[in-house]
Design a protein around this ligand. Structure first.
Ligand SMILES: Cc1ncc(C[n+]2csc(CCOP(=O)(O)OP(=O)(O)O)c2C)c(N)n1
Length: 286
């Protein structure tokens, strides 16, 4: 599939994934779910699973698969939505999200047989694991890449920078990180909590940096990912993608109340109505 064919395909997957996030989050009832953090990174996750990564839901542990780590593990609805759309598990399983004995827990747990590569949720940790996986790939001279999504608030964690400097020192150009720059974190606006110049800092740590002005635009995300995927610069890569927290559901957009919350029936119906209205001929406007 060339890029022109891939874009509408990924947009369609992204639209289905947003809908899945609402269904799963609603199934969790009063436990609630992290809607805002998942909805901001849908186009990044969809581009990875449906346009960039080498993976096979029929053979989840295929040796040369690209690895995916959702370091901002609380956004797992986006991850689970990609897995269900790719066919790693049956659609009914979605409705067990956060239920007892479900493998779709509130943060990802390790279940390689369902495409759940790495447990994550303690911020900073998933990224450090991804750096270790990329190092292992280099040492063993394997050809796959490791992709990792972090939050911009997550970049306040010291562990991120310990791992980042190690990755640069070890020239891990098989590692591609994406910072979901939605400009919010749990307790406020990211720049008010810790005003980091992420572009300057990642560069200072020896990484190739690419800024994406609209990380909810599939074409921009896909172009950046493909460039980084093919670059063997001797440096690890990071894309800083400006996104919208809660993207696609009006009352969730840029609204910290929807970082994590239960979804009432009325809100569920409104979210579904809005998402369905965004479809044009079966494709998303995103
Ligand atoms: C080590 C650690 N500290 C605190 C938390 C609690 N926590 C969960 S989400 C979150 C905010 C993350 O913000 P950001 O990385 O910007 O992601 P976003 O939700 O905005 O997508 C925090 C502090 C955590 N999961 N791990």
């Amino acid at each position: 599939m060339n890029q022109n064919e891939a874009i509408p395909f990924i947009q369609e997957k992204a639209a289905a994934m947003r809908r899945d996030c609402i269904e799963m989050g609603y199934s969790a009832g009063n436990h609630g779910a992290h809607f805002g953090p998942a909805l901001s990174c849908i186009e990044v996750v969809a581009s990875l699973f449906f346009g960039v990564m080498n993976h096979n839901p029929q053979v989840p542990s295929m040796a040369n698969r690209d690895r995916f780590v959702l370091s901002k593990g609380h956004a797992c609805l986006a991850y689970y939505a990609a897995l269900v759309e790719a066919g790693y598990f049956a659609r009914e399983v979605m409705y067990t999200f956060k239920h007892d004995n479900s493998y779709l827990s509130g943060h990802p747990i390790c279940h390689p047989e369902y495409g759940l590569e790495v447990a994550s949720g303690s911020l900073g940790n998933g990224f450090a694991v991804a750096c270790g996986m990329a190092m292992a790939g280099k040492v063993k001279k394997e050809s796959h890449n490791v992709y990792c999504i972090l939050g911009d608030g997550e970049c306040d964690e010291g562990l991120v920078w310990e791992a980042a400097m190690n990755a640069a020192k070890n020239e891990l150009d098989n590692l591609i990180a994406v910072v979901d720059r939605n400009s919010f974190q749990l307790a406020g606006k990211t720049h008010e909590i810790m005003n980091l110049n992420l572009e300057a800092i990642w560069k200072a740590f020896g990484w190739d940096v690419q800024m994406v002005a609209d990380g909810n635009d599939v074409q921009s995300v896909l172009t950046a990912l493909n460039e980084m995927k093919n670059s063997k610069s001797g440096r690890p890569h990071v894309i800083i993608a400006k996104t919208l927290k809660g993207k696609g559901v009006s009352f969730m957009e840029n609204n910290l109340a929807w970082h994590a919350a239960p979804l009432s029936k009325i809100n569920y119906e409104q979210a579904v109505t809005e998402l369905d209205a965004q479809q044009v001929g079966g494709q998303s406007n995103a």
